[in-house]
Write a protein that binds this ligand. Structure first.
Ligand code: GRF
Length: 223
């Protein structure tokens, strides 16, 4: 099948705030030969910048405010029904700030991915940049992974690393990692759309060698 005749992967994106990763996905998906389309953006918070970005790109948006529901379960059933209406092949969490129950995660088994601002399994959870600085790591970065029930766990689909500089604070490091996120997420979605990353319930693997395996990333990069 040629890339032109292959059907595009249908993606929905779950957001809660700024939406810079959503923007990176929208920008990538605006290229005619990109193998995925963003069909729906769902936010659990009204009036966030991510919704504006989606509207500007002409993408359908829905808001399911978690505060309007008396339990996590009823909230998740509603958000799930909204997602179902777009028949997505894949759901990308991009700064979606609610912990999801096993019910939701199992409902979307092998279809739910997330981007996390650390090189997992290091630093799951919040304040990843502060913790990376505290730990003194010399390389930090971000991970796209399949969502499993334990927070920030699940098979790794892709990672990008950045150096930690001597004068970094959490903000400067966060900014450098965010630039890497904006490259990594669209790349992973592209590779999934092309069938080069294959996703199973407990497994995500590269279907092909995408690099020659000889590169070494050094920090410090002394010669
Ligand atoms: C990103 O750092 C992402 O890794 C994390 O939340 C942040 C969302 O930023 N899960 P944005 O809304 O995409 O700008």
């Amino acid at each position: 099948m040629t890339s032109a005749s292959r059907k595009k992967l249908r993606a929905a994106v779950m957001v809660s705030g700024r939406g810079s990763n959503l923007q990176a996905l929208l920008d990538a998906a605006s290229a005619p030969d990109y193998p995925a389309s963003i069909d729906l953006v769902v936010s659990n918070v009204p009036n966030v910048q991510a919704l504006e970005r989606a509207e500007k790109a002409g993408i359908r948006t829905e808001v399911v405010p978690h505060r309007d529901f008396d339990s996590r379960e009823t909230f998740e059933r509603e958000i799930s029904a909204v997602l179902e209406s777009a028949s997505p092949d894949l759901i990308c969490q991009a700064g979606f700030m609610r912990i999801l129950t096993p019910w939701f995660i199992e409902r979307w088994d092998a279809q739910l991915i997330n981007i996390h601002p650390s090189l997992l399994p290091a630093f799951p959870g919040l304040k990843t940049h502060e913790r990376a600085l505290e730990a003194g790591v010399r390389l930090h970065g971000c991970t796209v992974h399949l969502v499993h029930t334990e927070v920030d766990s699940g098979p790794i689909l892709g990672q990008a690393a950045v150096p930690v500089m001597p004068d970094d604070d959490a903000n400067s490091l966060a900014e450098r990692v965010l630039q890497a996120e904006h490259l990594l997420y669209p790349t992973c979605l592209k590779l999934i759309g092309e069938g080069k990353i294959q996703i199973g319930s407990d497994d995500a693997r590269l279907a092909a060698n995408l690099c020659d395996g000889t590169q070494v990333l050094l920090n410090p990069d002394a010669v």
